[in-house]
Design a binder for this molecule. Sequence first.
Ligand code: SF4
Ligand code: SF4
Length: 415
Amino acid sequence: MLKPFIDERSALTCVHCGLCLASCPTYLETGDENLSPRGRIYLMRQLLSGRAPLNDATVQPLDTCLGCLGCQTVCPGRVHYGELIEHTRDFIEHNHRRSLYQMLLRRVLVEQVFPYPWRTKLALSPLKLIRWLGLEGWLPRFTRPMTSLVPPGFRSEPLPLTSPAVVTEKKGRIGFIEGCVQSVMFGPTNSAVVRLLARAGFDVVTPPGQGCCGALFSHSGQLEKARDCARRNIAVFERFAVDHIVIGGSGCGATLKEYGLLLKDDPAWAARARVFAGKVRDMVEILSPRSFNLNAGSGPLVTYHDACHLNHAQGIRQQPRDLLKAVCGSRFVELPESDLCCGSAGSYNLTQPDMASRLQKRKVENILKTGATVVVTTNPGCMLQIRAGLIAAGRADIEVAHLADYLDRLGAGRS
Ligand code: SF4
Ligand code: SF4
């Protein structure tokens, strides 16, 4: 008898109305019902009841799901698709045998390297050397989808334990999470977030001992490992009295806000997880556009890509636009299909490179339609994916910037 891996009542709330089809990137790209939200939910129920076997053919439609939650945003029945797919993935990873290549990618790179900053640094050091020697073009073709994602000149920037508010009227104390991949590849972005928060009137504490938020594990079907990450971060941040907990990556922020759900069945941690999750905010929920006193009339044309885990998972759409418009004014232009996933989706662009590449091209085509020379977003994964797509399209001149870097560079919030 199969142990239920999802709550069947939750899956049954899908009435197959199809209103989510137009929001599903994989359905839009293929027109294949099996690669749609309702097709996947149907398949989950088939697996749950044992009417469908667990094999490569049934795992493939679930593997190609980006976990972007575009379907969840528009579903009138409030189907909690995110929870369904995460639990299904946990079931798949513990019961299905993958190819050696996929095993190495998932079990080694995604789970044993990326969540640990020093291992990521070590793994990337040969690439740094190869680039320094000008030999990147000699790398085997199959490595290029991966190496093209690594930004040139990436670096970490150690943060002090406390970064004091730089205004006299203090608003509170924020605990800052550096993120694992973010701290290695986007150190200057972390520093920019901290500067913006300090200018907004917050003392910012960056506690030592914190670790990966768990997103890499929960998205790859390793929920128990994600719970371990959550317990570790909760214990670390309980030692510091903070009003809010902030991180510079939307994907991580969405996972941190779900700690209450992740640990709901653990009596020793459930209440502590709810307290922690209740304090998590994205940077854009803290910063006020009113405090930015900039000349909005000049500068390049700027567009904005909605990171799925800010837009769909956290329901935050307007605040980043308000912040951008405060500094860009009429130079802000909306991006067609801004809310459609760019194909990054955590480690999706490594495990599902074909679909990731199709969505990357679609995103780039939409960016080119705007005429913007700067694309702003809030998630490091999207930045890597979009930047690599623009370079491949011969448009390396279009800048891809994190919102924090863009605001900080313009001096936003400085008195
Ligand atoms: S997931 Fe929601 S929107 Fe999509 S088919 Fe099911 S009920 Fe309809
Ligand atoms: S999470 Fe995204 S890719 Fe997956 S079914 Fe929903 S809309 Fe489609």
